[in-house]
Design a protein around this ligand. Sequence first.
Ligand code: S3P
Length: 171
Amino acid sequence: EIEGHLTRSVVLVGMMGSGKTAVGTALSKMLDSAFLDSDHEIERAAQMTVAEIFARDGEPFFRARESEVLERLLMGPPGVISTGGGAFLSEKNRELINRLGVSVWLKADLEILWNRVRHKNTRPLLRTADPKQTLSDLLAARLPHYQKAQIVVEAEPGLSVQGMARKVVAH
Ligand code: S3P
């Protein structure tokens, strides 16, 4: 389904730390297509960071903006779209993504995810007393939704960003 010339957007979904932004950037270069990042688009429109939006306006407000941005990006020219980790949880977003684009779940286990997010403080959902436990709980709750992606690409220890992007193209 994913070839040299994109006819539909490739939409990367999965947990925080699964590599959506990094793999998406590499993939867009391989496919010579545009790279779009939903968190970045939300931040640009709001002139605030994701953390600031959560703090000031709350998560439901963020989710509403996220759905709007996804719809706008999916209606535009095909490209590689990276989403925030929560974007594929809503039925409405999933339906939109799977209808207008092709969803790719970047699957990774807790240890890989934790090692990638542990040194960053940019994710409001992980500002808890025990962020690794929070990440583990989120992963468990979200797996059934991510499993609804059309393509699954699994991270392996030692596999580079380029390697992950090549795995996506190979589908
Ligand atoms: C979120 C993930 C974040 C961002 C927001 C909420 C989530 O994106 O959208 O902090 O619910 O998992 P990344 O997956 O790019 O970290």
